[in-house]
Design a protein around this ligand. Structure first.
Ligand code: PEP
Ligand code: MN
Length: 338
């Protein structure tokens, strides 16, 4: 339930409502807007009818029901969009934010060359996998801590904030030591103990949609992070499993638009995993931007044919620069070398 206070409600009236919400067995989430205060009564098993009765309390404008099972994530509760700040890069702030880099960090040279090129082409953040969730145990699993160190180096040299996946609860501390943003991969979207742990970390989270997850399940996974205390969450649509086999996944463009209707959280699109095919990355990037995406995550490799993972969907350096021009992103005139 949401209690909308009137624009002239006093502090005493607001405090009274908060007190009553707690007495009725709910948590009170207070959102102070520029015009009014909105208080969410969140939780299960509280005395709902007594919250409804708060309509009659002084200073209350209206009491409305949150119709979705995700409460803190819902746009209904917040009524204002969240902007997630990753070391100065504002995701959800109105500009299309492009995160680019290799699927996997393979070596210092590969990462450095990619980082300098994507920065020069106008990317605002650097990605790269250190711990790789591979379908086969025989495929390259990532360089682990060595990759984290290389990412930090490339991030520091270029000034690009870095995002990388944390695959297991055991790795959260070490990944958080190096990365500016922690990625929850598609396969881990419903790893609830990982989500609970990440909720306690003061790092922005990039939450990918599971390949077989409904939009409701995706937003409920985000709810775990917000309910646990981390409000800096960015959603990322990365394609879902459908009957289609011509593409690796089906990039669900409607999910981008709908997630933005339902939630105040920023939404990114990953057309690389979303299609699995390099040639489809530019058109799907533009389509995602048209659908309202706040940004894109794009895999880039200096030599895709030699990539240790996801070469077929990776853009090469000139291909990425061309896409950035088509997207109207400003390439930097010069790149600062260390
Ligand atoms: C990735 O971005 O490196 C990745 C593995 O993506 P996903 O979890 O969406 O498959
Ligand atoms: Mn990949």
């Amino acid at each position: 339930m949401i209690v909308n206070m009137s624009t002239i409600a006093t502090k005493k009236e607001i405090d009274h409502v908060i007190e009553r919400i707690k007495e009725c067995g709910y948590q009170a989430h207070v959102i102070e807007g520029t015009e009014r205060t909105v208080i969410g009564a969140v939780g299960n098993g509280g005395r709902r009818s007594e919250i409804e009765a708060l309509r009659a309390a002084p200073g209350v404008q209206e009491v409305i029901q949150i119709t979705h099972p995700f409460k803190l994530v819902s746009l209904q509760l917040r009524q204002r969009r969240t902007v997630v700040d990753v070391r100065g890069v504002k995701i959800g702030g109105g500009d299309l934010v492009v995160i680019a880099g290799p699927c996997s960090v393979e070596s210092g040279e590969q990462l450095r060359e990619t980082a300098l090129a994507v920065k020069a082409a106008g990317a605002q953040m650097l990605r790269g996998g250190a711990y790789k969730p591979r379908t086969s145990p025989y495929d390259f699993q990532g360089l682990g801590v060595e990759a984290l160190r290389l990412l930090r180096e490339a991030g520091d040299e270029t000034g690009l904030p870095i995002v990388t996946e944390v695959m297991s609860e055991a790795d959260v501390e070490i990944v958080a030591e190096y990365a500016d943003m922690l990625q929850v991969g598609a396969r881990n979207m419903q790893n609830f103990s990982l989500l609970r742990k990440l909720a306690k970390f003061a790092r922005p989270i990039l939450l990918k949609r599971g390949p077989s997850a409904t939009i409701k399940e995706w937003l409920l996974a985000a709810e775990y992070l917000l309910a646990g205390g981390n409000a800096n969450v960015v959603l990322c649509e990365r394609g879902i499993k459908t009957f289609e086999t011509a593409t690796r996944n089906t990039l669900d463009l409607s999910a981008i638009a709908l997630a933005k209707e339902l939630s105040h959280l920023p939404v990114l699109a990953d057309p690389s995993h979303g299609t699995g095919l390099r040639s489809l990355v530019p058109p799907m990037s533009k389509a995602a931007a048209a659908a309202g995406a706040d940004g894109l995550m794009i895999e880039v490799h200096p030599c895709p044919e030699r990539a240790l993972s996801d070469g077929p969907q990776s853009l090469d350096l000139p291909g990425f620069a061309a896409l950035m021009r088509e997207l109207g992103q400003q390439p930097l005139k010069e790149v600062r070398a260390a």
